[in-house]
Design a protein around this ligand. Structure first.
Ligand SMILES: Cc1cc2nc3c(=O)[nH]c(=O)nc-3n(C[C@H](O)[C@H](O)[C@H](O)COP(=O)(O)O)c2cc1C
Length: 172
């Protein structure tokens, strides 16, 4: 699949077939994630793959943004202590979030290539997820990506036009 095709074809998938995702595919997604750009090349991320029903059931009540029950979740965490040590306040407050977002988009696009569907989720209780995953205090869950084989691919939500969101040389 060409990159442009994945960019336009990718949708947030919220309903999945009842079919497990092979661990090797989850590893492939994380391989794609670690090749994302990273501010100051800190690479502060840690990825937790969650496929076990019991663990997913613990997460579900603390993640209102998670629709249904996908076969797998990839929790993208960033190490804020490492970010601060290497990048100061900018590293801790800004780069850590951006690195998680870039990693998530690489996961999205690679998933598209592999015939998988994903949805990036930010609506969850960070403290609760931190506890359930037994993360050390410096490792903060920034995004959850649900992963599975799409049952239904929704229509593309409307986009604002390029003309509306783009200016040349200065605003307006
Ligand atoms: C930072 C971020 C947070 C998001 N959080 C959620 C979420 O909590 N739950 C959800 O169902 N979708 C979430 N989404 C997915 C968006 O709703 C989705 O990308 C948007 O509606 C556009 O649809 P598309 O991804 O199919 O193009 C999130 C997306 C981003 C980028």
């Amino acid at each position: 699949m060409e990159v442009w095709e994945a960019i336009f074809k990718r949708r947030s998938i919220r309903s999945f077939r009842d079919e497990p995702v092979d661990n090797n595919l989850l590893i492939k997604l994380v391989e794609a994630a670690i090749w994302a750009p990273s501010g100051s090349n800190i690479q502060p991320w840690h990825f937790i793959a969650v496929s076990c029903e019991e663990q997913k059931a613990k997460i579900k009540p603390f993640a209102p943004g998670l629709t249904g029950m996908p076969p797998a979740l990839l929790v993208i965490c960033t190490d804020l202590a490492l970010c601060e040590r290497k990048g100061g306040r900018l590293g801790r407050d800004v780069l850590s979030l951006m690195d998680a977002a870039f990693a998530a988009q690489n996961i999205n696009l690679m998933a598209c290539e592999l015939g998988l569907g994903t949805c990036v989720i930010r609506s969850f209780n960070q403290g609760a997820i931190q506890e359930i995953l037994r993360l050390p205090p410096q490792l903060v869950p920034q995004l959850i990506v649900s992963v599975g084989y799409p049952e239904r691919v929704p229509q593309a939500p409307k986009r604002r036009s390029v003309q509306e969101v783009m200016s040349w040389e200065r605003y307006g």
